[in-house]
Design a protein around this ligand. Structure first.
Ligand code: GLV
Ligand code: MG
Length: 317
């Protein structure tokens, strides 16, 4: 799916209640913006926020950014009104709906069917609007495979650490920090579980927010952990976190160059002209089909982030 080739290194949260921030976000270097109707918007401000978001999507300049709206979760009275107002108002200018606190595949199925209804009645291509599913409690994590598989619209599985920590009674109020008294990384299992479900179903895996918005070093440290595991990007709550997110979730230039070289060398040596070989040498390194697969991942991330290579492959004379 083309949507999965979208770069989502940085996913900027923008409260739908703030016309000022909806304007400012358009000029910031985020891969994705999500215009929020959920926890960043007070209950009484939600109707106005829907209108602000529709206007911002239709009239704003979001070129180069994936445009997402986070609606309220399905235990609230607001979800269906959110979805209808946003898609009827700006469905042609929207890439995906983010559904928070997803607990079972049925939540995604409800949204999928509702979007299909809306797309048909509005004359939009059916399936054009994607779904981003936030995992924020034990039920969501236990059911994450089924959630990822619930609709071809699902593009990302997102870890929502703040709600998650509250829901499982984790003894910390600082998202991402290690917890005194526990010798390991308390998020490792959760991140890996989400990542496995995402990879099994070809979805992107996105890490959630880091709340200490002035502490960019802390943000970077936490981001590096999920990036090392294989996550595709992370939420950004403040413009000051953007550069760090874009850097941490991009391949290093040397890794990107190396990946492109492996792909070129492998293509050449497996071709008629290169001798139809399977395992070959690239300098001092042996490369084979598995190396090509690893290189494809890095290359796809680099290309999605518009990186340019600084080396080229020269076939032997
Ligand atoms: C995000 O929604 C979170 O709860 O961390
Ligand atoms: Mg949340």
């Amino acid at each position: 799916m083309a949507a999965l080739g979208r770069s989502r290194r940085s996913c900027l949260a923008v409260p739908g209640s703030s016309v000022k921030m909806l304007g400012k976000a358009q000029g910031l270097p985020a891969d994705q913006v999500f215009l929020d109707l959920e926890d960043a918007v007070a209950p009484l401000a939600k109707p106005e926020a829907r209108k602000n978001i529709v206007a911002a999507l239709n009239e704003g300049d979001w070129a180069g950014k994936t445009r997402v709206v986070r609606v309220n979760d399905l235990t609230t009275p607001w979800t269906y009104t959110d979805v209808i107002a946003i898609v009827e108002g700006a469905g042609a200018n929207l890439d995906a709906i983010m559904l928070p606190k997803v607990q079972s595949a049925s939540h995604v199925e409800w949204l999928d069917l509702t979007l299909t209804q809306l797309e048909k009645s509005l004359g939009l291509p059916v399936g054009a609007i994607g779904i981003e599913a936030q995992i924020e409690n034990a039920a969501g994590l236990v059911n994450v495979d089924a959630i990822a598989a619930a609709s071809p619209r699902v593009e990302t599985i997102i870890f929502g650490p703040a709600d998650f920590m509250a829901s499982i009674n984790m003894k910390s109020l600082v998202v991402g920090s290690l917890i005194p008294g526990y010798p390991g990384d308390p998020y490792h299992y959760i991140l890996m579980r989400i990542l496995m479900a995402a990879r099994m179903h070809d979805k992107q895996a996105i890490d959630g927010p880091y709340l200490q918005i002035k502490d960019v070093d802390g943000f970077t440290e936490v981001a590096r952990r999920s990036a090392a595991l294989g996550f595709d990007g992370k939420w950004v709550l403040h413009p000051g976190q953007l550069d760090a997110a874009n850097e941490v979730y991009s391949p290093a230039q040397s890794d990107y160059d190396h990946a492109e070289l492996i792909l070129d060398a492998y293509d050449y040596y497996t071709s008629e002209q290169g001798g139809r070989l399977g395992a070959v040498m690239l300098g001092d390194e042996m490369i084979d089909e598995a190396s090509r697969k690893m290189a494809l991942v890095i290359s796809a991330k680099g290309r999605a982030a518009a990186m340019t290579r600084t080396t080229s492959f020269t076939p032997p004379a």
